[in-house]
Design a protein around this ligand. Sequence first.
Ligand SMILES: Cc1ncc(COP(=O)(O)O)c(C=O)c1O
Length: 434
Amino acid sequence: MSTAPTTNAALFERAQRTIPGGVNSPVRAFRAVGGTPRFIARAQGAYMWDAEGQRYIDYIGSWGPMILGHGHPAVLDAVQRAATEGFSFGAPTEREVELAEAIVEAVPSIEQVRLVSSGTEAGMTAIRLARGATGRSKIIKFEGCYHGHADALLVKAGSGLATFGHPTSAGVPAEVVQHTLVLEYNNIEQIEATFAAHGDEIACVMIEPIAGNMNFVRAQVPFVKRIRELCDQHGALFVFDEVMTGFRVALGSAQSLYAQAIPGFQPDISVFGKVIGGGMPLAAFGASRKIMGLLAPLGPVYQAGTLSGNPIATACGLATLHEISQPGFFEDLSRKTRRLVDGLSAGAREAGVPFAADCQGGMFGFFFGPELPQNYSAVMATDKDRFNRVFHGLLDRGVYLAPALYEAGFVSAAHTDADIDATIAAAREALRAS
Ligand SMILES: Cc1ncc(COP(=O)(O)O)c(C=O)c1O
């Protein structure tokens, strides 16, 4: 038995001896913002407490899943009951069917869904399915969108229009990404030119409809509409990665917002994670019965998972979806998120700091720049140093934002107006000092 160190710094030092960089997912290491990562001891509602007993108002929410806040009683009860029934069976359960039914009911583009354990797995398989369905190899993704760490998706843009991308990670051979085209987000001319050059080779276009991995950048409606048309014209599939936006920006996910703006709009394949697991390792991908019928055991596209549809994760996800389906849930969540974003904007105005912010449902983002960026290079041009100063200013005042400029923030149902007002007050000070 070791004697437990009680400071974040001591824990971080100890962690670095046995875990690379001291963390099990790189952005947790605070490399982008500097300083010592907080080691979280426990969380409840809208708050987390670190190893030193410091309380934070949590706007990360485990990077999206905790839409009800931490330790919601109904979710806790469902998980505890499921745990007593068994951790994992490797055989089908009724709860998996219930969760599949809940997803299909909320998202009209999906007739069938398969449950997996991480967003990476879901995104990777969505690509395989699109390639299997079309018999084509090439895929289009957009710079600044993250779809998990599968080899074919760890790519940055090439040097010019319609050039193939370069691996962004060591260990990914150039041959593996030779079929991945990386284009600029919200650039209609570029994707038109790419389809003109490669249209009959493209299996799918994959997009984050609101790019939470660029903080918060919306795919503009005409851009999404044009991609839909190009995919239809050329026989390619349109894949919506809703790992972050799914059941977070609206019950019907981001695609329901585009369907309001573009009559009849639906993606072909959708990818989910985060909220549908309520904080447990659970993700999913879904599509029409015809496309999903290509998956093993029915069809030739292989996919499997020892822990897929895990009984505790499905209990957690189902209880979460049940709560967020209650009438008025998203109205109230949206109102709170809007209150936060408006308060932050007012604080920035008072402090004379260039600031632009946006939100949808329980997801928000802000930038230190005069206007909302529309693509990755515009995000990169915002003031990173000021972000880092404000991040630490808020952390010192007990407000925990994601530790990088490129990440969205999340409000949960557990955040009260008082929490939000306390956050705005802290932000006023942090902004003035920035
Ligand atoms: C849009 C999006 N897709 C995919 C992923 C990968 O999900 P996971 O981290 O569960 O593998 C993420 C993770 O943040 C994401 O934000």
